[in-house]
Ligand binder design. Sequence first.
Ligand code: AMP
Ligand code: MG
Length: 341
Amino acid sequence: MTTQRLSAQTPADIARAARLLRAGELVAIPTETVYGLAANALDPAAVRSIFAAKGRPQDNPLIVHVPDIGAAEPLAADMPAKARELAERFWPGPLTIILKKSERIPDVVSAGLGTVALRVPAHPAALGLLRVCGLPLAAPSANLSGSPSPTTAAHVLHDFDGKIAAALDGGPCRVGVESTVVTLAAPAPTLLRPGGVAPEALRAVLGELEISSAVARALRPDEPAASPGMKYKHYAPNAELILIRGSLPDFLGCAEERQADGILVFDGDMALCSPRFPRCLSYGREDCPEEQANQLFSRLREIDALGWKRVLVRRPAPDGVGLAVYNRLLRAAAFREVDLR
Ligand code: AMP
Ligand code: MG
């Protein structure tokens, strides 16, 4: 199969992407979080081909993307007042809301759960495409399952060239990590996955918000996963990553001791690091989690392109959007974390 390169700037290309999706094909699309691998959410065969292309575990449900609240409503069994408040505050945007599903949602989308994950993306090309094709789109991140999520069309083609019908290039993603996932189908509103909307912003609307135990640590083997995606090693480059908490001098000492092939630090560390450790990349300023989120997945892919095998990473502060950066890095590191303090 030849993967068509389409441009999000070109209305004819958006129309072409819509036609392919209506015909049951897979199209990678830009969103403000990461690129998504989209299919018609109402077509079980098309949705099954997402799982096959990604090598995604069958028990990991997909997020369904819609152009507005009105299009979300028929896909949920009901829309509680809190869901409406969240949607009005954060849609279009990087927030996914889990609700009881309506019977329109095929079981393959929800991986057999009685719930559905819904989101209105903020990228103009994603919104335009949703409106033109007139279908809800199931779209997980457009990466091979387990590998770092794609934040450019080049990342998508690296994983899927020749395996999907088309990739719509909308430039680099603004947020850079996946959406925040909150469930309103549990006894209390619960954050299942941190993302581009910080927990404090959700609390400002919801009042109460529980944080799933899977957010900042590994689940025990006997613990149920409220969000199936959070139980897997995930987002990981081939390199072995180790997250290090501690001062910069201690970090550098540790990198030498452990004979790291490379290090991933904050922008402000580079002047001090690069003379001692030339194999050095940075992922944004230490006090700017939005910048870290924006750069993280590109850096993880660069680490593999450079062939580094063992990489020590300065741990981000898990505050605000930083909780999402920490959550992704923890999984990318298969939960290897060392506290030097
Ligand atoms: P991705 O599509 O790669 O962004 O992953 C979607 C995330 O949303 C995964 O962590 C899923 O487990 C989670 N998710 C999707 N649908 C549901 C659902 N109905 N209940 C709980 N988690 C869900
Ligand atoms: Mg994913």
